[in-house]
Design a protein around this ligand. Structure first.
Ligand SMILES: [Zn+2]
Length: 86
């Protein structure tokens, strides 16, 4: 019975230590990882369907599965796609 209690205590201490280490690691990572320029790595380039210029995805406008550099080009492209009325 004593052995079981000792095992439980050891397990609890190990668990607590692991949790504390994990939290310390997370804090360290937040402090040291936050100011790195992740933006450039993450930015995916897309192409405007109208003028074929390349731009980062977060600056582009999405319409269905197409991308556009501006509202003007999106509207222009959609106008061209539309079947002519008479
Ligand atoms: Zn464009």
């Amino acid at each position: 019975m004593n052995l079981l209690i000792i095992r439980l205590i050891i397990f609890a201490v190990l668990f607590w230590a692991g949790l504390k280490l994990y939290r310390m690691y997370r804090e360290w990572k937040l402090e040291h990882g936050a100011d790195q320029p992740r933006h450039l790595d993450d930015a995916r380039m897309v192409r405007c369907s109208q003028c074929r210029v390349h731009l980062p995805e977060d600056e582009a406008l999405r319409q269905g599965d197409r991308w556009f550099c501006s509202h003007e080009h999106r509207d222009k492209f959609l106008e061209q796609q539309r079947p002519p009325e008479d």
